[in-house]
Design a protein around this ligand. Structure first.
Ligand SMILES: Cc1cc2nc3c(=O)[nH]c(=O)nc-3n(C[C@H](O)[C@H](O)[C@H](O)COP(=O)(O)O)c2cc1C
Ligand SMILES: CCCCC(=O)C(=O)O
Length: 369
C-alpha cells in the first residue's frame, strides 16, 4: 500500500486497516442492504461539470459565511458519535483540526468528551463555531441540560436529528454485539461506562431517545429554552422543508444519516434539488452524505446547498493520524474544491450555479439542468 494519502479513498483505506473490525464496521457501514450508503456516493456520478474557460482564476475566494463568521470553504464536520474509538483524543482532536483549518464542527450528543472541553480545545487553536447535535429524548430535563450546557459552552445552533426515532437496522452492529469498550462514557447523556456496558447499543439508544417526538413537541420547546439557532438534521423531502419553515427553524440538513437509518431512502444529492426549490431563501439548506471530493462539494452547491458536511472522512482522518489526520482530510478536500472552482472558471462560491452542471443521460447526450 502506498503511504501517500492523496484522496479520501486513501484515507479510508489507511483508517480501515488500523481499526478493530467491529469499530471499522460501525464507522463504515450503513443500514440493512447498504443501498443508501452506496447511493450517497454514486449519485454524484450522474452529474458532469461544464467549465467556463479563459477566466482569470488567479484569485479564488472559497469562503462562505456561517453563524456570522467566514469559514475557509463550504465544508464542516458532521456530528458523529464515539470519535474516541478512532483516536484517544477523539472530538478534542476534531475540534482542534476544524479550528486550524477554519471550518465549523458538529458535536454529537454521543460524544466521548464533554462539549465544554470540545469547544475549549478548538477555541485555543483558532476561531471556530460549534453546533450541538441533539436527539429527542424521553427525559426532557436531561435533554434540556444538554441544550443549556451547549449554549453555555458557546455553541451556535442545535442540530435536532429528526431521522432517528429508533436506530436503523444495523446487522453488522447486532452481529458483532457492538458497543464502546469499557471505560468510555457518554458525558452529555450523563451515562457512565458501567451503564453503557449493561445494555446493547441498540437498547441503550431506544431506552434513552424518544420515538414519540413531533414537530409540535420539539421545536417550540427548544425555542423556549435556548437562543441558539434550531436546525433539523435528516430532512429528505420538500414537504418537511416546508414544515421546518412553518415552525420557524433556521435551517435543515438534507441528510439520510450517512445511510445508517432508513435504507432505500434517496441519495442526499438526489433529494436536494426539490428541497432547495421550496426553500426559496426562507430557510438555510445544508447537506451531508457521501461527499468525498471537491467536485462533490461543487455539485451540491450548484444544486442549491449552502454548505456541505462530512461524517466518515472525519473519523478516517482521526484514525489515520488524530488531529493531523483530520487536518489532512480537510486539506485534501479544500485543495480539490479550490482547483475545481478554478477549472470551472468560478472566482467565488456565489458563481457556482446549476448552469455549470449537466446530467448524464443513458439514452442520449448530456442534459442541461
Ligand atoms: C460512526 C458514525 C456515528 C454517527 N453519529 C451520529 C450522531 O450521533 N448523531 C447524528 O445526528 N448523526 C450521526 N452520524 C451521521 C453523521 O452526522 C452524518 O449525517 C453522516 O455521517 C454523513 O455521511 P458521510 O459519513 O457519508 O459523510 C454518525 C455517522 C457515523 C458514520
Ligand atoms: C454512538 C451512537 C451514535 C448513534 C448514531 O447516530 C449512529 O450510529 O449513526
Amino acid at each position: 500500500m502506498s503511504n501517500k494519502i492523496l484522496n479520501i479513498a486513501d484515507l479510508q483505506e489507511s483508517a480501515s486497516n488500523s481499526l478493530p473490525v467491529s469499530v471499522r464496521d460501525f464507522f463504515n457501514s450503513g443500514a440493512t442492504n447498504q443501498v443508501t450508503l452506496h447511493d450517497n456516493y454514486t449519485a454524484y456520478g450522474k452529474y458532469r461539470l461544464l467549465p467556463r474557460v479563459l477566466k482569470d482564476v488567479s484569485k479564488v475566494n472559497t469562503s462562505i459565511s456561517l453563524f456570522g463568521r467566514d469559514i475557509l470553504f463550504p465544508l464542516c464536520a458532521s456530528p458523529a458519535g464515539l470519535q474516541v474509538l478512532a483516536h484517544p483524543d477523539g472530538e478534542l482532536a476534531t475540534s482542534r483540526a476544524c479550528a486550524k483549518t477554519g471550518v465549523n464542527m458538529g458535536v454529537s450528543s454521543y460524544t466521548g468528551n464533554p462539549v465544554e472541553q470540545i469547544t475549549e480545545a478548538g477555541n485555543e487553536v483558532g476561531p471556530i463555531n460549534h453546533v450541538m447535535q441533539l436527539y429527542s429524548m424521553n427525559d426532557k430535563a436531561k435533554q434540556e441540560r444538554i441544550v443549556r450546557r451547549a449554549e453555555a459552552a458557546g455553541c451556535k445552533a442545535i442540530f435536532l436529528t429528526a431521522d432517528s426515532p429508533v436506530l436503523g437496522v444495523r446487522w453488522n452492529e447486532w452481529r458483532s454485539g457492538f458497543k464502546p469498550p469499557p471505560g468510555i462514557g457518554y458525558p452529555m447523556y450523563e451515562k457512565t461506562s458501567d451503564e453503557i456496558q449493561a445494555q446493547s447499543h441498540d437498547d441503550g439508544f431506544t431506552s434513552t431517545n424518544s420515538d414519540s417526538h413531533s414537530w409540535a413537541t420539539e421545536i417550540p420547546w427548544l425555542r423556549s429554552i435556548t437562543k441558539m439557532e434550531v436546525w433539523i438534521k435528516g430532512v429528505l423531502t420538500p414537504e418537511d422543508v416546508e414544515t421546518a419553515v412553518e415552525y420557524g427553524c433556521d435551517g435543515v440538513i438534507i441528510s439520510n444519516h450517512g445511510g445508517r437509518q432508513l435504507d432505500e431512502t434517496p441519495a442526499t444529492i438526489d433529494a436536494l434539488p426539490a428541497c432547495a426549490k421550496v426553500a426559496r431563501g426562507r430557510i438555510r439548506i445544508h447537506i451531508d452524505g457521501g461527499i468525498r471530493s471537491g467536485a462533490d462539494i461543487f455539485k451540491a452547491l450548484a444544486l442549491g446547498a449552502e454548505c456541505c458536511w462530512v461524517g466518515r472522512p472525519v473519523l478516517w482522518g482521526l484514525a489515520h493520524g488524530g488531529q493531523q489526520g483530520v487536518e489532512l482530510m480537510f486539506k485534501i478536500l479544500y485543495d480539490d474544491f479550490k482547483r475545481c472552482m478554478q477549472l470551472t472558471g468560478c472566482k467565488s462560491v456565489s458563481e457556482i450555479r446549476p448552469e455549470l452542471l449537466a446530467i448524464v443521460n443513458a439514452h442520449g447526450p448530456l442534459a442541461r439542468l
